[in-house]
Design a binder for this molecule. Structure first.
Ligand SMILES: NC(=O)c1ccc[n+]([C@@H]2O[C@H](COP(=O)([O-])OP(=O)(O)OC[C@H]3O[C@@H](n4cnc5c(N)ncnc54)[C@H](OP(=O)(O)O)[C@@H]3O)[C@@H](O)[C@H]2O)c1
Length: 227
């Protein structure tokens, strides 16, 4: 059966040379000013910015365009992948600066239904549902495409990145590598999750561009075996 169209997905992170997204104590100050501007320029060019609930709970990001010259209309739709609706109602990603889609599972509890209603009452928040234990990312992509979201910036963290790479849903990779070593088995890496068992199964990339920025380097790749 033909697969339904999905948005074009760009995965972007800032990481230390040893592939960490933050230190063991969740200090994620990796990028310099120019790299932040680069990321905000990509944000301005996409229809949606997607993160996992882990990133919301740890960093409480706004996920808007604000490091460069931009207007409120330039803010893409924010998408949070959150199977059990753990998102706090005062999370900054729910502010009125942009629309937000919370992607959750079909599993219902009375608390969850009540929270969905509260989220919808906010006016700028939509809740979409797919999957049972975890959000079904393939179906989510198709739902988002149907809503007019044709290009997504995936901003992590490592667990959601794994989910997206595992399902072959990423088309392009753009990373800033800082000349820093964080170390630490517990520190989040660019792609966490279970990992591929063999090199044959892994995601293969083709280097397209690289350039120095701030005191690090930006690397851009096309994903070879994307859907
Ligand atoms: N340096 C950077 O560029 C950068 C960018 C982003 C984040 N970070 C860092 O990354 C860390 C957070 O990463 P994280 O791995 O803890 O969290 P995450 O990847 O942001 O979120 C992961 C969560 O998403 C939910 N999820 C739902 N369906 C999923 C699916 N099909 N596949 C994968 N995940 C699914 C799961 O929670 P439920 O089961 O509850 O749904 C899962 O635990 C923080 O330290 C943050 O600072 C750094």
């Amino acid at each position: 059966m033909d697969e339904l169209p999905k948005p074009y997905v760009i995965s972007n992170v800032g990481m230390s040379l040893d592939g960490k997204l933050a230190t063991v104590e969740n200090d994620s100050r990796i990028s310099g000013e120019n790299d932040l501007k680069r990321v905000h320029q990509i944000r301005k060019d996409v229809d949606g910015i997607m993160v996992g609930i882990g990133t919301i709970l740890k960093d409480d990001p706004r996920l808007t365009v604000h490091k460069i010259d931009a207007k409120m209309e330039d803010n893409p739709i924010r998408i949070v992948v959150d199977s059990n609706l753990r998102i706090p109602l005062n999370a900054r990603v729910l502010n009125k600066d942009a629309k937000t889609i919370i992607a959750t599972t079909l599993k219902d509890t009375p608390d969850k239904i009540a929270k969905i209603n509260k989220l919808k009452e906010m006016g700028n928040v939509d809740v979409v549902r797919t999957g049972t234990e975890k959000v079904n990312l393939k179906e989510l992509m198709e739902i988002l495409y149907k809503k007019g979201i044709k290009k997504i910036l995936l901003e992590g963290g490592g667990t959601l990145n794994w989910g997206m790479f595992k399902e072959n849903l990423v088309d392009e990779v753009s990373v800033y590598v800082a000349p820093k070593i964080f170390g630490g088995m517990g520190a989040p890496t660019y792609v966490d999750g279970e990992g591929f068992k063999t090199v044959d199964e892994c995601v293969k990339l083709e280097l397209k561009k690289y350039y120095p920025l701030d005191d690090g380097i930006v690397l851009e790749f096309k994903v070879k075996n994307t859907r």
